[in-house]
Design a protein around this ligand. Structure first.
Ligand code: KG4
Ligand code: ZN
Length: 362
């Protein structure tokens, strides 16, 4: 196997991102560049991502962001061994922009194209910072997703649990909005929580007593929004932010504990590894709670470097490199998929999930 130099493209939400990643024959990974053009200020007035605005902004930015990724990496298009573009799941207008750009580069330069599942990008993201062998237990926790997965290798994920309503990042964002914090709410809420005391507010604990690994955050969101309407002082605001952060971290930790026990039982005698990835993995309280799970259950703990927790193209390039190394690539007829579960069998086995109305989104 030879060295692979891959251009990665990510446009599935509100970041226009491009990166160049090198994967050596021995599996060593080097991020040569990772450029992220965030659209925060375009969406901030609306308190959330507006799909049409995002798609247009991707069209305007993608050429310059990709050119910058090539320039900073110090390579030429001729040095590339392949192009990897997010093909879903996500806001389809944006996904189409990055995928079409990737196809154009692949066609013009006669390069293989890899149509990458955005979630697979998050799944490999911790491997950008450390050599973490497969298999591992993954908590993928972001603005759009909240899942526990057994990751046996590239394209080999088994889902142990998922959210039946909102993702944890979505809960952070929506509760932050009701606290009057700017978008994106997760980092702002974490900053506010630093000066708060979580003990003053009792928030609901969802799905207590259930034996599965599913999540639910809508009750917490509603309860927090009601409390936010009543509070008057700055200290109350900080206290509520702290209580919300504790409640989200606690639920992530409780379900992860169950998943760890299931995983350990199905991997007897094996090294137990845990990885948390996705935007919410940037949250220090969440990391601390999960580290405690790892200590209790004998798992190693890994998370991507902070820059690769939230959406980026380096993780897409690495997922593409890992696929190409296995001889996997896609045709120029690859389609943009707004919904694309990592574990299709788990999602499709129950499209109208008995726990809610959720279809096979992810
Ligand atoms: O992975 P990501 O960039 O996008 C998705 O694929 O969804 O995750 C973004 C999410 C947002 O909901 C954001 O509020 C949340 O991650 N987030 C955080 C923090 N940083 C980002 N949530 C809590 N604490 C943080 N420090
Ligand atoms: Zn993401």
């Amino acid at each position: 196997m030879t060295t692979l130099t891959i251009l990665g493209l990510e446009t599935s939400c509100d970041e226009t991102a491009a990166a160049v990643v090198r994967r050596d024959a021995d599996g060593t990974v080097t991020v040569l560049s990772s450029i992220i053009g965030a659209q925060f200020e375009l969406h901030a007035p609306f308190g959330g991502v507006v799909p049409e605005i995002a798609a247009r902004a991707h069209v305007e930015a993608i050429d310059a962001v990709a050119a910058e990724a090539i320039r900073v990496a110090g390579v030429e298009f001729a040095d590339l061994s392949g192009v990897a573009a997010t093909a879903g799941p996500g806001l389809v207008g944006g996904v189409m922009v990055g995928l079409a750009f990737g196809k154009a580069v692949a066609l013009a330069r006669d390069l293989p194209l890899v149509a990458v599942n955005h979630l697979e990008g998050h799944a490999v993201s911790a491997r950008l910072g450390a050599d973490i062998p497969y298999p591992f237990l993954l908590l993928l926790v972001s603005g759009g997703h909240c899942q526990l997965l057994e990751v046996a290798g590239v394209g080999a994920c088994r889902r142990l649990g998922t959210t039946i309503d909102d993702a944890a990042g979505e809960a952070f964002d929506k509760i932050a909005k009701s606290l009057g914090l700017p978008y994106p709410g997760g980092p702002a809420l974490e900053a506010l929580a630093k000066t708060g005391d979580p003990s003053g507010f009792a928030l609901p604990r969802a799905l207590l007593g259930r034996k599965d690994c599913d999540f639910s955050f809508s009750g917490l969101k509603t309860a927090a929004a009601r409390l936010a309407e009543k509070i008057t002082t700055e200290q109350d605001r900080a206290d509520l932010a702290a209580a919300v952060q504790v409640a989200i971290a606690r639920q992530l930790s409780e379900r992860t504990d169950r998943a760890m026990k299931l995983y350990a039982a199905s991997h007897p005698g094996q090294t137990l590894r845990f990885v948390v990835a996705g935007g919410v993995a940037a949250n220090q309280a969440v990391r601390e709670a999960l580290r405690a799970n790892c200590a209790d259950n004998g798992f190693s703990f890994d998370a991507p470097p902070l820059a690769y927790c939230t959406d980026n193209a380096a993780m897409i390039a690495l997922a593409g490199a890992e696929r190409l190394a296995l001889g996997l690539s896609d045709g120029l007829d690859a389609v943009a998929r707004p919904r694309w579960p990592l574990d299709e069998a788990a999602a499709l086995s129950n499209p109208s999930n008995i726990f809610g109305r959720k279809g096979a989104k992810a």
